[in-house]
Write a protein that binds this ligand. Structure first.
Ligand SMILES: NC(=O)c1ccc[n+]([C@@H]2O[C@H](COP(=O)([O-])OP(=O)(O)OC[C@H]3O[C@@H](n4cnc5c(N)ncnc54)[C@H](OP(=O)(O)O)[C@@H]3O)[C@@H](O)[C@H]2O)c1
Length: 276
C-alpha cells in the first residue's frame, strides 16, 4: 500500500514532533515540514534537528518557512497542530498545494471557521478540536443523555489541562457544549455560563456551565455532568498521553487523502457509513 505524503506544520512543537515520530507506523511519510518564517533553524534538515531520520534512500526533509508553502512536494495531506495566528497561512498553503487539510489547532475564531467553510469548496478539510476516538464517543453519549434526560437534569462541563495550554475553555469542551445545546434545541451563545463568581442569583435550568481547570501535567480530561433530582450522571474521558490525538489525526490523514472537497468529521472516519 502506498504511503500518504504529509506536510507537518508546527513540526517542532509538541504535537508536530509526535506526528513526525508516529507517521511511518501509521502509513504516512513526511515530505514537508514547516515552521514560522522567522524561525532560526529554517533550512536545517529534520535529521540535523533530531526530529526525523533520513529515509532509506538518504533523502532528508528540510525545515521550510510556512509562508513559502509546499506546492512542489506532492503533498496529499497537511497535518496542522499550530496556533490560530498561523491558521490563515496554513489554509492558504493547502489551497495552493491542492491537498487535504487535517487540523487540530484549537481556539479558532468565527472568521477562521468561515474561512474553513470557504476552503472546503476547494479542498477536503477536517478540523477537529479532539482527535481521540474516546472523545468522539463521549460526544455521542452526551448527545444521547441530553435528550434522554429532560431539562430537570442540568448540564455542567468541566475540563482540565496542563498549565501551558493557552486557550480556555478547551476546544473539546466547547464542542461538547455545542453538542448538548443542539441536542436540546438551545443556542449555546444564549445559555453558556463560563465560570461563576459573585452574587449571580440562582442557576437557570437551561444554563450550560463550562469550567476550566489548569495545572500540572494533565494531558486532557473532560466530564459532562447531568445533575438531576436525587441523582447525577457523569460522563468522563481522560487522556493519558498525547499519542491518542496524534494517532487519530494520522488515521484521519490516511482516510482524507484524495477525498472530494468538503468538510469532514472524525465521526465519519471512525464509521464511514454514519453521518458526521
Ligand atoms: N485536536 C486535538 O486533538 C489536539 C490535541 C492536542 C493539542 N491540540 C492543539 O494543537 C495545537 C498545538 O499544540 P502543541 O502542544 O503542539 O503546541 P506547541 O508545542 O506550542 O507547538 C505549536 C507549534 O506551532 C507553531 N506556531 C505557533 N504560532 C505560529 C505562527 N504564527 N506561525 C507559524 N507557526 C506557529 C509553534 O512555533 P513557535 O514555537 O515558533 O511558536 C510550534 O511549532 C494547539 O492549538 C493545541 O490546543 C489539539
Amino acid at each position: 500500500m502506498t504511503s500518504t505524503r504529509i506536510a507537518v506544520t508546527g513540526v517542532l512543537g509538541r504535537m508536530g514532533r509526535l506526528v513526525t515520530a508516529l507517521a511511518e507506523e501509521a502509513g504516512c511519510v513526511v515530505v514537508a515540514a514547516l515552521e514560522r518564517d522567522e524561525h532560526p533553524q529554517l533550512g536545517q534538515s529534520l535529521a540535523a534537528l533530531g526530529v526525523l531520520e533520513p529515509d532509506a534512500a538518504g533523502a532528508e526533509v528540510p525545515l521550510g518557512a510556512l509562508s513559502q508553502g509546499f506546492a512542489e512536494q506532492g503533498v496529499d495531506v497537511c497535518i496542522d497542530f499550530t496556533l490560530p495566528a498561523a491558521f490563515t497561512t496554513v489554509l492558504a498553503a493547502c489551497r495552493q498545494a491542492g491537498c487535504s487539510l487535517v487540523s487540530g489547532t484549537t481556539g479558532l475564531d468565527a472568521s477562521q471557521e468561515a474561512l474553513l467553510d470557504e476552503a472546503a469548496g476547494e479542498i477536503p478539510v477536517l478540523h477537529a478540536t479532539n482527535f481521540s476516538l474516546g472523545v468522539a464517543l463521549l460526544a455521542q453519549l452526551s448527545r444521547l443523555a441530553a435528550v434522554a434526560l429532560d431539562e430537570g437534569y442540568e448540564i455542567e462541563i468541566v475540563e482540565a489541562h496542563h498549565g501551558r495550554k493557552v486557550d480556555a475553555p478547551s476546544g473539546t469542551a466547547k464542542t461538547l457544549a455545542q453538542t448538548v445545546a443542539e441536542a436540546r434545541d438551545q443556542h449555546l451563545d444564549k445559555v453558556a455560563r463560563h465560570g461563576r463568581e459573585g452574587q449571580l442569583g440562582t442557576r437557570s435550568r437551561e444554563e450550560i456551565g463550562v469550567h476550566a481547570v489548569r495545572g500540572g501535567s494533565v494531558v486532557g480530561e473532560h466530564t459532562v455532568h447531568f445533575l438531576g433530582p436525587d441523582e447525577r450522571l457523569e460522563l468522563t474521558h481522560r487522556a493519558a498521553s498525547r499519542e491518542i490525538f496524534v494517532r487519530g489525526a494520522l488515521r484521519c490523514a490516511r482516510w482524507m487523502a484524495g477525498k472530494p472537497p468538503r468538510r469532514y468529521t472524525v465521526a465519519e472516519v471512525i464509521a464511514p457509513n454514519q453521518p458526521g
